[in-house]
Design a protein around this ligand. Structure first.
Ligand code: ADP
Length: 378
């Protein structure tokens, strides 16, 4: 930066100009009122006696000396003031600049420590907020990278182990071995597809095309898709809905299906034979509530708040054995939020089953007399 562009010089010049203007104003005023300028003008007092002239001349000299002394004092004051003010402004600014440079270099833990109570402190606070947001994003990026690496390494290690066993002749090249290898590669394929969906959901890139949707017929259609799987595992699947016709909800049919399929797949996965899964529709003033309740393994209270986080699995080994990657609920939450709803999970604890419920807005808000009583359900 050129020296004349620096704040401290700009401040000094500003002070200097103020002093000069004040001195010119003083001189002009003195000249007008008493005829006292920098040069003694005898023609102003043609009838003055020699004593009066000498006195006037003396006054002129004293005036000029006082003016020079005052100008000098003002100059010193200007230098001191410029230094003081520029220090108060420049130092915090330099600190903020340094921290921004560090942030740009990837040191997201840097923070400014401006303690003043002015606009500079506000600037410092915004820079710190920015740094915090960057640090959080960076942490999430690292966690995601670590999770993905871990998730891919496990099936890859299994495939590698089998391949080595096959080459060394330790593992028999039969259908069972090949099915195991295939199962692991299918798992990797599914993980990659889930990840792709997750990254699109997190970037808000999944297109939502909502339209009025009849909940009951939509859910009945989905239940038919699942009949064979539920029958194979001997789990009962039922739908409970209010006996009165319900208004339509406003949702994207494909995204709605995706959410319900995810919840039903989980219910199926985490419920053992002989259990029951209940789909329920309820109408509230502002929205419809769809819930999926199972009589499965349940979720311990300490895990409940985390299960919507990506890659979160209550029992990592068990979930992996059953093919779960811990992404389904994260995507479901994104999809529900994008459709203007909310989603949550409830469970009375391990072995006591789990209930997942999500809301969707009505397509048209029902008129007051048509409003369903809160909690209307069959
Ligand atoms: P996953 O593909 O592992 O099922 P999700 O994101 O769908 O991933 O679920 C995250 C975790 O939440 C699961 O690993 C499981 O531990 C728990 N979970 C989800 N649904 C149920 C359920 N119906 N009963 C018990 N636990 C569940």
């Amino acid at each position: 930066m050129k020296w004349y562009n620096q704040i401290r010089w700009k401040l000094f010049v500003a002070h200097l100009i103020t002093i000069m203007v004040a001195m010119v104003a003083l001189l002009t005023t003195a000249n007008i009122i008493a005829g006292v300028g920098l040069v003694h003008d005898a023609s102003l007092y043609p009838n003055a006696s020699p004593q009066e002239s000498a006195l006037l001349e003396r006054f002129q000299v004293v005036f000029q000396e006082s003016l020079i002394a005052a100008a000098f004092a003002a100059l010193v004051a200007a230098i001191l003031m410029s230094l003081f003010v520029s220090r108060a402004i420049v130092e915090p600014l330099q600190q903020v600049t340094q921290v921004s440079h560090k942030l740009a270099e990837g040191f997201y833990r840097e923070r400014t420590t401006v303690t003043t109570d002015d606009e500079l402190a506000e600037l410092s606070r915004s820079v710190n907020q920015l740094a915090e947001a960057l640090e959080q994003t960076e942490q999430q990026r690292r966690a995601l990278l670590a999770d993905v690496t871990h998730e891919l390494r496990t099936p890859l290690a299994t495939i590698e182990g089998y391949m080595e066993g096959l080459i060394d002749g330790v593992v028999r090249p039969d259908t069972q071995t090949f099915s195991l290898i295939l199962r692991e590669s299918v798992r990797m394929q599914r993980l990659i597809e889930d990840l792709e969906l997750l990254s699109r959901a997190e970037a808000g890139q999944i297109q939502i095309l909502p339209r009025p949707l009849d909940l009951r017929s939509r859910l009945e259609g989905l239940m038919i898709q699942f009949t064979a799987q539920f029958e194979a595992k001997q789990i009962a699947l039922e739908l409970i809905a209010p006996p009165i016709p319900l208004p339509s909800v406003y949702a994207d049919p494909d995204r709605f299906d995706q959410v319900v399929i995810n919840l039903l797949s989980n219910a199926l996965r985490y419920t053992s034979s002989g259990g029951r899964v209940t789909l329920r529709i309820r109408g509230e003033d502002r929205h419809a509530i769809v819930s999926v309740q199972d009589t499965g393994i349940g979720i311990a209270p300490e895990h409940l708040p985390q299960i919507f986080e990506r890659f979160y699995r209550v029992d990592k080994s068990r979930a992996r054995a059953s093919g779960g990657s811990g992404i389904g609920l994260t995507v479901a939450r994104h999809l529900v939020y994008a459709q203007g709803g909310d989603i949550r999970a409830m469970s009375d604890g391990m072995g006591k089953g789990a209930t997942f419920l999500f809301t969707l807005p009505w397509a048209t808000m029902p008129a007051p007399d048509e409003t369903l009583p809160p909690g209307t359900h069959a």
